[in-house]
Write a protein that binds this ligand. Structure first.
Ligand SMILES: Cc1cc2nc3c(=O)[nH]c(=O)nc-3n(C[C@H](O)[C@H](O)[C@H](O)COP(=O)(O)OP(=O)(O)OC[C@H]3O[C@@H](n4cnc5c(N)ncnc54)[C@H](O)[C@@H]3O)c2cc1C
Length: 449
């Protein structure tokens, strides 16, 4: 296959791009896969291998009672190349799927290089390919030129270069007896859940922030703070009342039970249309994860909070996907251009592979003149795609796989474990039916040696 004539051009040979290229090729189309490493490296990658794991060697839990485990099962059923290679290169790690990172990435590279339908081009791609279906998968550390391409595609207000993540809490685990629903100044629908704090509780929290242990900042991340995304612990250092005048400002949020303004409020905003998870507004933080949980659970109503994700701040190029991408990951305004991986806001290794799978299949279907296909919402992949395409766009933040992405069960189930297992069972049934319906087959064995 000579370069420049492929049906599909994939940009970025990381987790998402490698999966996308292989899935597209599996469906009978030709692919040019551009990877800029090793000629041009990112701040975090260390090798020229495709599918390099930039940090941990863990694909997280392998149990289907855990969202990461369920995602991996769905991908296995779908015939994911990278999941197959992960299993072939796994190292003992109890319940988690951990891999030998060198064996994993070298095997991904070998299988892609040996695929006759894929041409691997070791170059930085600086523009979209004309006359081909494009899959953009340049990852959270996309080269500046590719970030420019994305900016042209989605508009600068819809492209982010760092990720200032606030914690997200499972709605079921919040004790709302002390909280009240309202929007500031009563504007719009009262969808925010407000936790009022008196001066003593507020100061306890501020002191806790000052004393807590923080994550060490990487060299390349030092330059990115500005006031709009300053971590709460840094704001706490600036003065006793900085937070009470910032994200914990009570103005316009009088407690309807007393008619009075509290000293400060913790505002919780629904993260999805189903209201199964709430984000802590403005609570981006670099506190170590254990410290975060301890401190935030001291807030009234959050004593038993289950954190679906914890706060963090790091370099992360991503787009405001809702409104821009359809749930097949195709750009609504640019048919024939797909985006996959962390850059869509689907966070973590498993989610990168999952979005790569969907983009690769749909890119091939586009070439073949077929309609796009998307797994049902009751699957975890379907839930991630729905979040990327339909979450509230105004404060869109990347999301890792979690059960809150899936619709609630019809019947009320008491324990969390039971709920998760029932959702997982529902997902497996739905995934199997979907794969049969769209002709992708179940449990495809990938030809990997
Ligand atoms: C520092 C860091 C640590 C992380 N640690 C974890 C972790 O431990 N666990 C976890 O689950 N998730 C982690 N993530 C989040 C995420 O899961 C990974 O970044 C994951 O690799 C994302 O997959 P991807 O395919 O979107 O991007 P990547 O795997 O980064 O792949 C993108 C590829 O595109 C290439 N590229 C970029 N621009 C161009 C261009 N113009 N032309 C050609 N090639 C280009 C890059 O070289 C890279 O190979 C981390 C992210 C970062 C930034």
């Amino acid at each position: 296959m000579s370069r420049g004539k492929a049906d599909v051009v994939v940009i970025g040979g990381g987790l998402a791009g490698s999966e996308a290229a292989w899935q597209a090729a599996r469906l009978g189309v030709t692919v040019d896969l551009y990877e800029m490493r090793p000629t041009r490296m990112t701040e975090a990658h260390q090798t020229g291998f495709l599918g390099e794991l930039v940090c941990s060697n863990s694909f997280k839990s392998d149990s289907i009672g855990n969202a990461n485990g369920l995602l991996k099962l769905e991908l296995k059923m779908s015939g994911s190349l990278l999941m197959e290679i992960a299993r072939n290169t796994r190292v003992p790690a109890g319940n988690a799927l951990c891999v030998n990172r060198t064996s994993f990435a070298s095997e991904v590279t070998r299988v892609i290089e040996e695929n006759p339908a894929i041409t691997l081009i070791r170059e930085e791609k600086t523009a979209l390919a004309d006359g081909a279906v494009n899959v953009l998968a340049p990852g959270p550390l996309a080269s500046p030129a590719m970030a420019g391409v994305l900016e042209g595609l989605v508009g600068s207000p819809n492209l982010f270069f760092y990720d200032a993540v606030s914690p997200i809490i499972d709605a079921d685990s919040i004790d709302t007896s002390n909280a009240y629903m309202s929007s500031r100044y009563g504007k719009g629908e009262a969808t925010y859940l407000n936790i009022p704090l008196g001066r003593d509780r507020y100061m306890e929290f501020v002191e806790g922030l000052r004393a807590a242990e923080k994550v060490t900042v990487h060299g390349f991340e030092k330059r990115m703070f500005f006031s709009a995304c300053m971590p709460i612990e840094e704001q706490a250092e600036m003065g006793d009342d900085t937070l009470a005048h910032g994200c914990m400002k009570p103005v316009g949020l009088a407690d309807p039970r007393t008619g009075k303004l509290p000293y400060a409020v913790v505002q919780l905003r629904p993260e999805n249309l189903d209201g199964t998870m709430y984000g802590m507004v403005g609570f981006q933080t670099r506190l170590k994860h254990g410290e975060q949980k301890l401190l935030l659970r001291k807030l009234p109503g959050l004593e038993n909070a289950r954190f679906l994700r914890l706060g963090s701040i790091h370099r992360n190029t991503y787009i405001r996907s809702p409104g821009i991408l359809s749930n097949s990951l195709e750009h609504r305004d640019r048919p024939g251009v797909f985006t996959a991986g962390q850059i869509t806001g689907a966070e973590g290794y498993g989610a990168a592979v999952g979005t790569g799978f969907i983009a690769g299949v749909n890119a091939a279907f586009k070439v073949l003149g077929k309609q796009p296909v998307v797994p049902p919402r009751t699957t975890l992949i379907g839930g991630l795609l729905r979040y990327a395409s339909h979450a509230p766009a105004s404060d869109f933040q990347p999301m890792n796989p979690n059960f809150g992405l899936m619709p609630q069960l019809a019947a009320r189930v008491r324990t969390k474990q039971e709920r998760h297992l029932l959702r997982a069972e529902r997902s497996v049934v739905a995934m199997k039916a979907w794969l049969e319906e769209v002709g992708l087959g179940t449990g495809t064995k990938v030809a990997v040696t």
